[in-house]
Ligand binder design. Structure first.
Ligand code: SAH
Length: 256
């Protein structure tokens, strides 16, 4: 029996470095799911949409300053080719009607911070088109002229959007049906309920003189669940006051 759903979750990545894909996502769980058709990946080379003989994709910023900026016309042609819009140049072979209803993401430090809620939204859309910036980023008019959502991996600067795209895709793909070994892995882990994960232990039972909490050896499932919940709350309260505050508010001001 094939694991492939009727329609795979569909990733379209616009990049100057298509050879970076699937990269690490060709391995392990994501790699097997890709081979099984649970998800699909098309890496589109933005440079294919350049119009001059030097295949130029960037130019100097108006107003001066360091670095180069990605040209809106070239990027728009690449976007339109996968979104099935007006194709203004280049190879039109990637058009997918479903892409029009799915998120068009541009990775940028200015974007909405990627979190598990956003991962679930992108997963639920059935696919996404991901734009990987390079240089100093893209011309602002492109972000206005196409329905782009900007997404940030965090408050630091990468040299390109490719690693951000791989991170988002990895987080989505592991949630697709049949990708993770145990179905519950997705519901018990960090952020599933707005809490960080409880501490985990495995063999050896004594390691470097350290044992494991007795309750975990008790075989008492209710006590184990209560301990794990209490520890998840403790870890979250200590390490992430922001998440803890949200969690308490959702629980109606309760909590410990
Ligand atoms: N000049 C920009 C940084 C450009 S870095 C600025 O100061 O905001 C080049 C590309 O890397 C960006 O276009 C973006 O696609 C990607 N990138 C860099 N940092 C990122 C982050 N924190 N999250 C997501 N993408 C990022």
């Amino acid at each position: 029996m094939s694991k492939a759903p009727a329609r795979p979750w569909t990733a379209r990545v616009l990049t100057l470095y298509p050879a970076m894909f699937p990269g690490p996502l060709g391995q392990s769980l994501a790699g097997r799911a890709l081979a099984d058709g649970v998800w699909s990946l098309t890496a589109v080379d933005i440079r294919d949409f350049a119009r001059d003989k030097h295949r130029t994709v960037d130019d100097t910023p108006f107003g001066g300053g360091p670095g180069m900026v990605m040209r809106p016309d070239v990027l728009a042609a690449a976007i339109d080719s996968v979104m099935g819009g007006d194709v203004t140049g280049g190879d039109a072979g990637h058009a997918d009607p479903a892409a029009r209803t799915q998120p068009l993401v541009y990775f940028s430090p200015r974007g909405r911070r990627l979190d598990q809620a956003l991962v679930h939204e992108v997963k639920a859309a059935g696919g996404a088109t991901l734009i990987c910036g390079r240089f100093e980023g893209v011309d602002e008019r492109l972000l206005e002229a196409r329905p782009v959502v900007e997404v940030s991996l965090g408050d630091f600067v990468l040299s390109g959007g490719e690693i951000a795209a791989l991170a988002l895709l990895d987080a989505v793909v592991r949630l697709l049906p049949g990708v993770m070994g145990a179905e519950e892995s997705g519901t018990e882990e960090s952020f599933a309920e707005g809490l960080l994960e409880y501490p985990q232990y495995t063999r050896p039972q004594i390691w470097e003189g350290r044992g494991v909490p007795d309750v975990l050896l008790s075989g008492h499932h209710e006590k184990i669940a209560a301990w794990r919940r209490a520890m998840a709350e403790k870890v979250t309260a200590e390490r992430r006051p922001d998440l803890w505050e949200q969690y308490r508010r959702r629980k109606g001001g309760g909590g410990t």
